[in-house]
Design a protein around this ligand. Structure first.
Ligand code: NAD
Length: 361
């Protein structure tokens, strides 16, 4: 089958890592009989340089006309002094809004070969772990009423959290569906012992759970969830939670895996079209030096196959090729740490992954 993919390489290491991801997707297509067609569009700093705005209308239209979107990263010191609404990062919120993306999927997977890079004790992660955090992306306290007022002790600031049943249902359904594609275990994280929004969240999740009897469901309070993540991350398969709790827990979980250069993400809405990107930024300190770890971008491509196109076997093949290369001992500089392994470049790491992909067939 043919798939049209909008390619937003962006700034800094963005072009290097998306090139790696494109080559892996093309190879996967060739092996499994699919054609992935990539059409490049400007976003971020390079768009500001070319046409004076971080998210040109042509980019939005191109993404809307595509089956899915692959993004590198945006931003860099060259554009740091621009006012907030004209900065490259503004394009990220703009494209998510334009595509109606309210679900953020962030896998935190520790490859067994990278155990040494995790801050957790070796016996806790002997067999690695594989968690998918499903974070609500467009509601909750980050989008509620806020301001300043005169309070009991003088000037005070306030933020408000509100969630509708509709918003909770749609993120909940996305999480149950994701759990169905994985190990069918879902934990919903809230603060229902204190917050009204969490009580509605929990009630709505329980109603949804009745439609997914195959999924083993449980609730956790957010403070307990934060503790359990470092106590025993292996207990989790899929976690679903609100915007702010997800923001905090996904950063905590990502740190448990070692390097930021390994972590992919997906943002999804009602249609199959999603936005897939590494969680890291444009890494200006290493841009253009062929030092970047391409794995986060490559795994973002695998997520696209899984969640937008339903190509699970193909996504598995990419993830397994990454695992093979790590088991063989190949490491980019960010994964070497204090060990005496000689690091490989971005292009060499990609070549090894392409090689492992072909050998698996
Ligand atoms: P960053 O993620 O770009 O870099 C943090 C550190 O991690 C740096 O030392 C970098 O070299 C390293 N790093 C990141 N990705 C790596 C990779 N794939 N391989 C090896 N090392 C990697 O975060 P930052 O330095 O805070 O931000 C740099 C720029 O990126 C800023 O302009 C920021 O606004 C932007 N940013 C963009 C996004 C995005 O596009 N989604 C996200 C975060 C930051």
């Amino acid at each position: 089958m043919d798939y049209q993919i909008a390619l937003l390489s962006g700034d800094g290491i963005g072009p290097e890592i998306t090139e790696a991801s494109v080559s892996v997707l093309e190879k996967t297509g060739a092996l499994f009989g699919h054609s992935f067609h990539f059409k490049p569009y400007l976003i971020g700093g390079n768009a500001i340089d070319a046409c004076g705005e971080p998210l040109p209308q042509e980019t939005v239209s191109g993404c809307l006309a595509s089956d899915s979107v692959l993004l590198g990263a945006v931003g860099g010191p060259k554009w740091d002094d621009l006012p907030g609404d004209r900065r490259p990062e503004k394009a990220l919120l703009g494209i998510r809004a334009a595509l109606g993306l309210y679900t953020n999927l962030r896998p935190a997977k520790l490859f067994p070969a990278l155990r040494g890079a995790s801050p957790l004790r070796a016996d806790l992660i002997a067999n690695g772990f594989d968690i998918l955090i499903v974070r609500e992306l467009t509601g909750g306290i980050y989008f509620g009423d806020r301001g300043y007022r005169n309070g009991r002790y003088g000037e005070e600031a306030f933020d408000t959290e509100s969630y509708s049943v509709t918003e909770i249902e749609r993120i909940g359904r996305a999480a149950f569906e994701a759990a169905m594609q994985r190990n069918r275990r879902l934990v919903s994280v809230d603060k229902a012992n204190v917050l009204e929004t969490s009580r509605l969240w929990r009630k709505t999740m329980h109603m949804l759970a009745e439609s997914y009897p195959e999924v083993q469901y449980r609730d956790l309070f957010v403070d307990n969830a934060a503790m359990q993540l470092v106590r025993d991350p292996r207990q989790f398969d899929v976690i679903v939670t609100s915007n702010m709790f997800g923001d905090i827990l996904s950063d905590e979980a990502s740190q448990l895996t070692g390097s930021i250069g390994m972590l992919a993400s997906a943002s999804l809405g009602d249609s199959k079209r999603g936005l897939y990107e590494p969680i890291h930024g444009s890494a200006p300190d290493i841009a253009g030096k062929n030092l970047a770890n391409p794995v986060a971008a490559i795994l973002s491509g695998a997520m696209m196959l899984r969640y937008s196109f339903g190509l699970n076997r193909e996504a598995d093949a990419i993830e397994s090729a990454v695992n093979t290369v790590l088991e063989q001992g190949f490491r980019t500089a960010d994964l070497v740490g204090v060990s005496c392994i000689e690091p490989v470049s971005c292009t060499e790491m990609t070549a090894q992954i392409l090689n492992a992909l072909s050998s698996a067939e």
